[in-house]
Design a protein around this ligand. Sequence first.
Ligand code: SF4
Length: 222
Amino acid sequence: MPLYILNQDGKQGMTRRQCTGEYKIKPIKKKVRELLGYPYPKRIPKSVFVEQWVGISTDEFHRAKDSDVKYMRNRHPLIDLNWSRADCIRYLASIGLAETPKSSCLGCPFHGNQQWRNIRDTSPQEWADVVAFDAAIRQGNARANAAGNRLLGQAFLHRSRVPLTQAPIDHVTAAEWAARRQEIDDPAAAVEEVENGVADGCSPWFCRGEVEPVQDDFGLAS
Ligand code: SF4
């Protein structure tokens, strides 16, 4: 998971994303092997495989890829149907699911203020969970620290780099606007993202916020 870092010298950074491989692809492959009856490291016969349906729409067809293992074969039904994201939204609305949110982890650092407020105001238990998680990652990754690859600063879930309970999620600070507008050329897009989060949802085939700058010298790199 990428985290916002406040370095000891006051510099700001971001850790390397490692969500996809570690937390999505690996568990899926493990489960598929288990379902097939060939847990790692058993060899899987060529004739044994699962068909995996991946919900990639036509607007993001470049993400539609073959699996990198023979025991999983990818199908892309939305592309077969020629459905765009708008087609999916229309369909969801037609069956009463107009409010379907984009998929993401509860404590994703790419949430915008609106998403943090929504958790805080509608789900106290989930808010308590993300606040506890935010506190737990302050010193970085325990495994990396134990291996001597210590985080030289502090890690946060909110882009303001303060604890979630103190983060300015009810309004956007001038500093946040300024920082994001330096990173994104389009001021309107920067405004939209700080408030509503990274536009893309997350899936095992794509991580949100892939355009974020990556900094991997803080002890959290994989
Ligand atoms: S939603 Fe995606 S980018 Fe965000 S923490 Fe989860 S896996 Fe990582």
